[in-house]
Design a protein around this ligand. Sequence first.
Ligand code: NAP
Length: 392
Amino acid sequence: MTTTTSTTEEIKDQGHAPKYTRNQPFHSKVLVNELLTGAGSEKETRHVELSLEDGMTYLPGDAVGIIPENRPAAVEEVLKALNFTGDERVLDHYKVEISFEEAVRTRLAIGKLTRGSVGQFAKLAPGTDGLKDMVGPDNKARAEEYCWGREFVDLATEFPGIVTNPQQLFTVLSRLTPRMYSIASSQKAHPTNVQTTVRVVRYDAHGRERQGLASGHLGERADVGAGIPIFLHANQNFRLPEDSNAPVIMIGPGTGIAPFRSFLEEREALGEKGDNWLFFGEQREQLDFLYKEQLQTMHKNGVLKQLDTAFSRDQARKIYVQDRMQERAKDLYAWLERGAYFYVCGDATRMAKDVETALLDVIAKGSNGTLEHAEEYLATMKKQKRYQRDVY
Ligand code: NAP
């Protein structure tokens, strides 16, 4: 998830209200948490398996919602910057009384700073030098620049003494929200658990070590046996074709592989006859070929008819999945003409756009047509639900 942004809904329990939701999650146990990337990789990508209760069901394309906690060291830093012990009592968003430490750890988004938070914080001490010039529409750019790479602790440290009552933090910070990860398993193959693929985000900014919220939680504080609140989330906009004979083309670089592992396991478990073609990309084959063995086995035994890889940093010139698509343009177009479904998962900012451009080019070349014609062709595919994306 890998975090999905599509219009999704929590999985309905056979038409009834779901038993477990973001507000009432299931207390799952970590069954497996292993590193997929090799020593020396620039990535730390993990495979995580979480237990389910009888009756909790999901389909390929769905997501699992993880309810993370802020890490203890970050909570500690915030309490210190605000000069509170953490034992103070506050009311949470549901007016339930809890300790301030619990609120900072489990209720409040102390991570990435937002302009809204800076504005609310400034309201507590109007006229404060350095803060007043980050408020209002005229100072948008300045506030945005300040927020970049900063977290709440940076603001609280730079402007001490402004939060005088712990309860005020509920107006300054937004609520800690779950993170959605694309499911990487098929329940037909793994009836009692749900699996996902997580890249752990770690970086340094403004002199502090930072971590992704949920990915940090899964990467550092979710050993086998640990408890973690989760819920399942349906995604009707990312589904295998109903026709089990329809060919499927999947473009899934990086953690974008997750739902396609689920698709392939499902089609394998059900013995579906439709052809499958996967394009996978990462930095280096030796270190970053996620699920290499399983994918290569699937390729050998025919579950994957075609497997194309693009390892961007194994040679001087970057090679990406869309370059492989161009190389295979003729066959790709032939698959589309056979009614193939085309799926993309992963980075939304650049990859998904570049893949769409390549796809249009493949269609234009294949049909000896113009770009306009290719756009119409793609629009028809969309209408037929043969072009689906899960990008983040
Ligand atoms: P990624 O960053 O998408 O990298 C996978 C491969 O795609 C690399 O070989 C990369 O090459 C290549 N690539 C870079 N730009 C590309 C482009 N324009 N078109 C096609 N391929 C391109 O993989 P990831 O690290 O697994 O991240 C996937 C997505 O998840 C990103 O949107 C990322 O921001 C997001 N994300 C996920 C998590 C998580 O799961 N916890 C955390 C943070 C971010 P080079 O690197 O050599 O250029």
